[in-house]
Every structure is written in structure tokens, then in C-alpha cells.
Design a protein around this ligand. Structure first.
Ligand code: 13P
Length: 287
């Protein structure tokens, strides 16, 4: 059964570790992440962007697939199915379809409008027992065609949004989606520290988990980050493993063209990436 992310993140914040959000793209992706979470005895959050939602034939298809897998694969660790960077309308669609968690990304609105829309969703999610993530300070990079520049959130605005009663808060601290450019300045720990001081127990979310050095990840967790999003890194691992299979000519040998065989190395590569992240984030054994 899908669960809200509230309990797993409250425990993570108190225990000074982070739960990984891994974005899904298809059946193989979802299966790889769920099986790894179970093997690691770790809670997990499956992230779905609106673009990936469309690609996978809509939110109800995804809910059906994930619930089916939880049952058929005997997944007993806590699993949240979460809309990533949702629009206001997208949140309602996911709530309707049976997601257990949503993110409303109102960071591109003026703060008053972000507050108003987030407040509405706080009410709806509370009624249904779902977790809600809000965002302050746009997180840069390119994700599903949404482009933004790296920003550091204003800690006072973070407090304003946190006080509305959201479950977790994503705040820009110089992080960006996708690969980090060579001239990246790194995370702003001063900003993170100021945000955590203003928001107290609120689990903070670090987006753009791909390519952040291990020491920065650990420091971010020590300063209140309890959820870390990883997307691009699984895509890179999947693509590299698939490329190797084809370049080695494996699809031309015997029944190597069978899609179950073609996709197997990429599947294993996602599993290895997720395992590595769960170990780094400290969520192993915390289910
Ligand atoms: P990356 O693709 O950089 O790992 O970021 C993922 C993310 O933050 C999803 O919201």
C-alpha cells in the first residue's frame, strides 16, 4: 500500500538521514527502484514529473502499475508515490488518481500567489492524509522543458510557506537539476543553515541530487535535508549500460534482441545507482 511521505521524512529528519526520491520513467525503472528499496530495507519515494506522467499514459496508469508491483513483488517497505514539480492543476489530477504525495511548485509565482495556492493544497492534502511538498526559490537547470536559473531562497519566505502546514519544503540553495557545470559554485550552506533555523523541524528537500559530491550531501543532511531527489543519475547509468549492450553486439547474438534482455543491463544499472544513493543518504535499514 502506498503511504504519505510524512512519517518517513519526520523519522529521517529526527534521525539525521535522508530518504531518496527516485524519478520513474517506465516499468523497468519502477521495478528496479522498488526491488532495491526492499533489498535495502529502506523507505523510498517514487517521483513522477508531469512529463513522465504523460509518457507513462497518465496518472491512473502509474497508480495501477505501482500498486500492482507493490502487491506482486511483496514490497513491504514504505513507498510514497509523489508528483514532482507539479502545477496546481496537476496536483489535483494526481490526488484524484491515487497518488500518496504531491509537490506543488509555486516557486515561479510571486510569493503571495505561491502562499495562496499552497494553502489551498494544504487543506486538500490534510483531508486526504497525503503529504505535500512546496518550493521556494526556483531550482535551476532544465527539467522536462522547465528551465530556471539557480537561486538561493529567502529564508523568511521559506518560513512563510513552512508555516502553512506543508509536509516538506524544497528551497533553492544553489542546487540545479541535471549535470552540474564545471564552474558550479557548490551548495550554499549558509542559506541552508538560515532556512533550517527558521523552519525548525520541517524536513527540507534537496533537488538536483545528481552529481553533488558526497561530502556536500552529508553536510546538507546534517543541516536538515531529509529528502534528496535523484533523476538524471539513473538516466545516465541506464543509457551507459544499454549503450554497452548494443555496442558489444549482444542484441545480435542468439535471442539478444528480446526486449527483456536488451533492457536488463540498464535495469541492473539503475538498481546499483539507487543502492549507492541509499547507502550515501543513510536510509538503509530504516524502513
Ligand atoms: P537530478 O536530475 O539533477 O538528479 O534532479 C532530480 C530532481 O531534483 C527531481 O525533482
Amino acid at each position: 500500500m502506498l503511504v504519505s511521505a510524512k512519517e518517513m521524512l519526520t523519522k529521517a529528519k529526527a534521525g539525521k538521514y535522508a530518504v531518496g526520491q527516485f524519478n520513474i520513467n517506465n516499468l523497468e525503472w519502477t521495478k528496479a527502484i522498488l526491488l532495491t528499496a526492499q533489498e535495502m530495507n529502506s523507505p523510498v519515494i517514487l517521483g513522477v514529473s508531469e512529463g513522465a506522467g504523460k509518457y507513462m499514459c497518465g496518472y491512473t496508469t502509474i497508480v495501477g502499475m505501482v500498486n500492482g508491483m507493490i502487491k506482486e513483488l511483496n514490497i513491504t517497505v514504505p513507498v510514497a508515490l509523489h508528483l514532482d514539480h507539479g502545477s496546481y492543476e496537476g496536483c489535483y489530477k494526481c490526488i484524484e488518481a491515487g497518488f500518496s504525495s504531491v509537490m506543488f511548485d509555486g516557486s515561479h509565482y510571486p510569493i503571495d500567489e505561491n502562499v495562496a495556492k499552497t494553502s489551498e493544497l494544504v487543506k486538500v492534502c490534510a483531508e486526504k492524509g497525503l503529504s505535500l511538498e512546496a518550493e521556494v526559490g526556483a531550482i535551476g537547470g532544465e527539467e522536462d522543458g522547465v528551465v530556471g536559473t539557480g537561486e538561493c531562497a529567502d529564508p523568511a519566505e521559506c518560513k512563510m510557506i513552512a508555516d502553512l502546514g506543508v509536509t516538506m519544503l524544497a528551497a533553492g540553495i544553489g542546487n540545479i537539476h541535471g549535470k552540474y557545470p564545471a564552474n558550479w559554485q557548490g551548495l550554499s550552506f549558509d542559506t541552508l543553515d538560515a532556512i533550517q533555523q527558521k523552519t525548525g523541524d520541517m524536513p527540507l528537500v534537496l533537488h538536483g541530487g545528481t552529481g553533488i559530491p558526497e561530502d556536500m550531501i552529508k553536510k546538507a543532511i546534517s543541516l536538515g535535508v531529509a529528502k534528496i531527489n535523484v533523476n538524471t543519475e539513473c538516466q545516465l547509468a541506464f543509457a551507459a549500460a544499454t549503450r554497452k549492450y548494443i555496442e558489444d553486439g549482444k542484441d545480435l547474438q542468439g535471442k539478444g534482441f528480446d526486449p527483456r534482455k536488451v533492457l536488463a543491463p540498464g535495469f541492473e544499472a539503475i538498481k546499483a545507482t539507487v543502492k549507492e544513493k541509499m547507502e550515501l543518504f543513510g536510509s538503509v535499514g530504516k524502513a
